[in-house]
Design a protein around this ligand. Sequence first.
Ligand code: 8DG
Length: 316
Amino acid sequence: MKQVDVVAGVITDARGRILLARRTEGRDLAGLWEFPGGKREQGETPEAALARELHEELGIEARVDGHLITVPQAYADKRLRLDVRRVSRWTGIPRGLEGQALAWVPPHKLPSYAMPPADIPVVAALLQPDRYAISPDLVSSRSAWLSTLDATLASGVARIQLRLPGLSPDLHRQLAIAAAERCRSANAGLLLNADIALARELGTGVHLRAAQLAGLAERPALAGGAALAASCHTAEDLAHAARLGCDFVVLGPVKPTATHPGEPGIGWDAFVRLRENVSLPIYALGGLAPTDLEDARHHGAQGIAAIRSLWGGARR
Ligand SMILES: Nc1nc2c([nH]c(=O)n2[C@H]2C[C@H](O)[C@@H](COP(=O)(O)OP(=O)(O)OP(=O)(O)O)O2)c(=O)[nH]1
């Protein structure tokens, strides 16, 4: 199948609104809203291609800033690689020179616009945390464990999975209540591993284990706004997570990891092959640290999920 390289811009105005363009009739994905841009020509750098497209489509002269995410996405007729850059400086007033409607959209309203599958991970990269910290086992005291949670939150991690296998139900519950309070005041999302009933009671999200995901026929009801996530290892896991309406998933191991000695990682190429068949936000897991974030985003990941490199604040 042919590979198509497309570069698109997240164009942001002084009020923080983002420009979307509506795909015109007669093209594939007509009527859907997208980030302005287009196909890269042979020999063109992504920056030059995006500046050219924005000039042709919108009549602006743009300075292309940093990379946001590159999303590999399989469509019926092609394998798309959507390379998304930030654009906050340009001259001219954007106009739909090809007859396309334009809209300036506050970031939090982006999810209400119908977009092509490849854009779902782009919107998630704009709105959701890039690090998902997973709690380690309770090996010392409860108060020491809670202070490492505080340090994790203080380091800017805004999404946490509480995973404490082997604890008594009582102790698990006490820690979940304390963690939920701390995450709420830090404005971070908390997901409880596997325990749907407790998550409902505390108003937190749930992180499903892979086997638990496979056994569910529909999305469990959670408190309003609480996230549903799942651990995935295979294409089937990912497809099922998408069908259930998971908000995001974790996929790995990408690299070998201390928690699963002897298991080789699948590597970034295999990550991309799995990623391109669903349009969920996906955290890469397995032997990864904040220094891998850029690499992760270049392979279409929302970011990284980790125990060792994220818990207690990034020290390594
Ligand atoms: N510009 C842009 N394209 C996107 C986004 N999301 C997404 O799936 N695409 C896809 C749609 C198209 O298949 C491809 C962009 O191609 P294009 O707009 O330059 O060309 P086109 O579909 O009109 O096709 P053609 O007539 O040039 O052959 O990338 C997005 O956010 N921005």
